[in-house]
Ligand binder design. Structure first.
Ligand code: HPA
Length: 243
């Protein structure tokens, strides 16, 4: 079953007929909000927003473990995660929807594994951090949903920072040197936890801005939301292709 994890700007999913909303307690505590259960066409699907319905949970405070565990308990086998980002390299311009294929994790202090003291230690393979076949389906789903040529970028390295502040220009230069194409705050540990749970996981990154120091301007989160709204408008149609 498909589960969509909404990020900034995506608090519900157009086309999802809601049948139930449930707060699911997990061994890791409570998720960011109720898990919404419903149908997209004939197919069952789930939805949650990682920041909560009122966007009150900062990226470093999200209970990623509870979110993933709650979705798994509700029956999710495939997760489509939406993570808003800034673009670093050429081609990742504001307005683009990128489907990254690699991750560099700069986050710290987040509960990032389901391994527990005394329990099995989960040394999962993370060579390809996104489930390859599912990621390819997501790319196809974007074209099938009618996204124009150039609006979608297949691939890229997603550098995940701690937030909630945006980066310094030097941090972005360093990230570019590290091979990052995109910068955002929520891609990890979500992807790794999905792998630990055996859930196929892929991400669509709406590019809201050029990353710090690249546009010659200071960054304004409110301006980003305008770009984001346009980027996120087709998400219901994309989910309909993937349910
Ligand atoms: N950096 C980090 N996270 C972001 C950005 C950014 O430039 N834009 C949107 N989310």
């Amino acid at each position: 079953m498909l589960a969509v994890i909404g990020g900034s700007g995506l608090y519900s999913l157009e086309g999802l007929t809601v049948e139930d909303r449930r707060m699911i307690e997990t061994p890791f505590g409570y998720p960011s909000g109720e898990v919404v259960t419903g149908r997209i066409g004939d197919s069952p699907a789930l939805f949650i927003n990682r920041h909560g319905e009122d966007h009150s949970i900062a990226p470093h405070q999200v209970n990623y473990r509870a979110n993933l565990k709650a979705l798994a308990e509700a029956g999710a086998t495939r997760v489509l995660a939406i993570s808003t980002v800034g673009g670093i390299t050429a081609g990742y311009e504001p307005g683009v929807l990128a489907v990254p294929d690699q991750i560099v994790d700069y986050t710290w202090g987040r509960e990032h594994t389901l391994s527990e003291p005394g329990g099995p230690i989960l040394h999962v393979d993370f060579t390809q951090p996104y489930a390859a076949a599912w990621r390819a389906r997501v790319v196809d789903g974007l074209s099938a949903a009618g996204l124009k040529q150039g609006a979608v970028v297949d691939g890229g390295t997603f550098g995940v920072t701690q937030g909630p502040r945006l980066e310094s220009a030097a941090e972005i230069r360093r990230m570019e040197g590290d091979g990052c194409d995109l910068v955002g705050m929520t891609g990890m540990p979500e992807a790794a936890l999905a792998r630990e749970l055996g859930i196929d996981y892929a991400t669509i990154c709406p590019v809201a801005n050029r990353a710090a120091g690249l546009s010659g301007e200071t960054l304004d989160f409110d301006e980003m939301t305008v770009v984001l709204e346009a980027c996120l408008a087709p998400m219901g149609s994309v989910a309909a292709q993937l349910a």
